[in-house]
Each structure stands twice: as structure tokens, then as C-alpha cells.
Design a protein around this ligand. Structure first.
Ligand code: PEP
Ligand code: MG
Length: 331
């Protein structure tokens, strides 16, 4: 299997009839960079920045953040690196924020509370510092910036205002940013965002579907609990339709669209996602060779037929069985 991975690393994720799919890595810590390379990732599709600073006693200042981002970006040479701004709240980091002296409303955290972008817009100085550090690091390579937990156009507009203001400030400090700033895109991981993707896409430079949260919020099933795990499935037609709606909106608007939730790491889901029009998948690095092998056995025609059939199916378990019979055995 090790030799197989070595061989696969150098091969493209190409359908049997020629089209290629881009396979990117999800990343949390710089220590993962060697593994990301070994598995043949073509870049980082999701850098979960909240994990970079877990150990720090205080929220790092611009300089400290810059150093970390710049080393990751430079370490990837000219491959794309999509840095997601802090997705604190819910299960991640709320206590840390209280420790740092931010007054969060009592009981206002949790998955349905002050989380992700909402939290950043409530404390814009956190966002300003992070944008400044990322913009400076963008001079070291190929950077995009991604916003988590988006639910509305207004949130994107407010973020873009802050992004541009921070860039103007950096330029006044003598930092030579390019005229076109790094793309500012959004995660589609709430049902509201997916259902209004055709509106959001006009304000976002790219979209990436976070199926982990999208599945949780759509099905009202906690992503962290296992007792009801059979209910937690991106193959539920409620979730699948939102994925399809989002992909269609992005393709119509000619905006890049990717998937960065765990669903992208499932080799049996690859055919379905490709059939829906997705050509970029970002996943945990160890899944890249497995997904690549699956893709190399698919034809576009098969993917398209599967997608049509899948969207008509009401039972996630039946769809799971169909995907298993449709998956090629290797390539
Ligand atoms: C997601 O929600 O699918 C996602 C990729 O983000 P995270 O897992 O970090 O919430
Ligand atoms: Mg998420």
C-alpha cells in the first residue's frame, strides 16, 4: 500500500475520459506539512487557523500570526493556501476567549450562538489583526482568505469592508500589496447560506461547502454525538439538495467551488460530487490517495448518471448502497 501511495502521489486525479480533479489538504498544524506533501496534495484547501494558536497564552499579535502564516505559505511554494479566519465558538475556543477577557454573553455560545464570523464581527479587532497578518503573508505565495459560518450577504459585505480597510492601512505602512487583493471567499456550511448561494456568490470570490456543519444544521443532528450517528449523513436528500443548489449557483456565476467537509474524503462520494459539477475537493491528507484512486476509475458519464439517480433517492442508506456498487474497484 505504501508503494501504491508513492506511485499515486505523482499521478493526476484524472477521470478515465480525461478531466482532472484538484485534490487539496485540510490542515490544522504546521507539523502536518510533510504528510500533506507525501500524500500528493496540490495545495491547502482549508487551513483551520483556530488550531494554530491553541497553545498560546494570549491571542497572538499581528507579528506572531504573520510568522506562522508566512512559513506555511512559503512552505507550500506556489501552491494555493486557503486560510480560514478564526472559527471560534461552538465547540472551539469559547473558554479561551473568556480567558482573554472578551465578554461573551452567558449561554450565547454553542452551535447556535456567537460562532465563527458572527463572533469576529462582534469583535472586529480580532478580525482586523488576522486579516493584516494574512495579507502580509500573502506576499510569500498563493493565498486565499475564507470566512466561516456565513449566513448572509451583509456579513460578507461587512467583512470585505474591514478587509479593504486593513489593506489600505498596510499600504500606508509601506507594505506593497498587489492591486488585486487575495480572493475573499466563504464557507457554505449553514442551510441559510446554501439556500441563498445564488445571492452570496455575487459577493464572494469563491465558495467552499463545509459538509460537516451543513449536515449538522440541516438535519438538526449534533456532529459530535455518536448515539444518533446513523442520522448524521450528507447523503440525506435534504443535505444533498443544498449541496447541489450551491454547486449550481457557483457554476452559473463562474465562481470556484470546492468541498472541504469530511464528505470530500469519502471515496464513494467522489463520483456523486463530480457528477454534481465539483472539480476541487479538500480533505484530511491521508484520504487523498484513496480518493484519487477512486477518481482514476471513474468516467464523467458514470458520474453524471449517478448524480441524476442520487438526487431522486429519499433513503440515505439506499443511496449509500448505490454508491458502493457504483464505486470502481481500483485504478
Ligand atoms: C465543515 O463544517 O464541514 C468544515 C469543513 O469546517 P469545520 O469542520 O472546521 O467546522
Ligand atoms: Mg464548519
Amino acid at each position: 500500500a505504501r508503494r501504491d501511495i508513492g506511485r499515486l502521489r505523482r499521478l493526476p486525479a484524472k477521470l478515465v475520459d480525461g478531466e482532472t480533479v484538484t485534490l487539496l489538504a485540510n490542515m490544522e498544524l504546521p507539523a502536518e506539512l510533510p504528510q500533506i506533501r507525501q500524500n500528493g496534495a496540490q495545495g491547502i484547501g482549508l487551513l483551520r487557523s483556530e488550531f494554530l494558536f491553541e497553545e498560546a497564552g494570549a491571542l497572538p499579535d499581528e507579528e506572531a500570526q504573520y510568522t506562522v502564516y508566512a512559513s506555511i505559505v512559503a512552505g507550500m511554494d506556489d501552491q494555493p493556501v486557503t486560510i480560514r479566519v478564526l472559527d471560534w465558538g461552538s465547540d472551539k475556543g469559547v473558554e479561551r476567549l473568556r480567558d482573554l477577557g472578551y465578554d461573551l454573553p452567558e449561554g450565547g455560545g454553542g452551535a447556535l450562538g456567537l460562532r465563527g464570523l458572527r463572533l469576529l464581527l462582534a469583535h472586529p479587532q480580532i478580525l482586523e489583526t488576522q486579516f493584516a497578518a494574512i495579507l502580509r503573508a500573502s506576499l510569500e505565495g498563493n493565498v486565499s482568505v475564507m470566512l466561516p459560518m456565513v449566513t448572509s450577504v451583509t456579513e460578507i459585505q461587512n467583512c470585505r469592508d474591514i478587509y479593504e480597510r486593513v489593506a489600505r492601512r498596510l499600504r500606508r505602512r509601506g507594505i506593497k500589496l498587489p492591486a488585486a487583493l487575495p480572493p475573499l471567499g466563504i464557507m457554505v456550511e449553514t442551510p441559510a447560506a446554501a439556500a441563498t448561494a445564488d445571492m452570496l456568490v455575487r459577493h464572494a470570490d469563491f465558495l467552499s461547502i463545509g459538509t460537516n456543519d451543513l449536515t449538522m444544521y440541516t438535519l438538526a443532528v449534533d456532529r459530535g454525538t455518536s448515539f444518533q450517528s446513523e442520522l448524521y449523513s450528507a447523503l440525506h436528500p435534504g443535505v444533498l439538495r443544498l449541496i447541489a443548489t450551491t454547486v449550481t449557483a457557483a457554476l452559473r456565476a463562474r465562481r470556484p467551488i470546492s468541498i472541504c467537509g469530511e464528505f470530500a474524503a469519502d471515496p464513494r462520494a467522489a463520483a456523486l460530487l463530480i457528477g454534481l459539477g465539483v472539480r476541487t475537493l479538500s480533505m484530511t491528507p491521508s484520504a487523498i490517495p484513496v480518493v484519487k484512486r477512486a477518481i482514476r476509475g471513474l468516467s464523467f458519464e458514470d458520474c453524471d448518471a449517478l448524480q441524476h439517480q442520487a438526487l431522486l433517492m429519499s433513503d440515505p442508506l439506499a443511496l449509500r448502497a448505490l454508491l458502493e456498487t457504483a464505486a470502481p474497484s481500483g485504478g
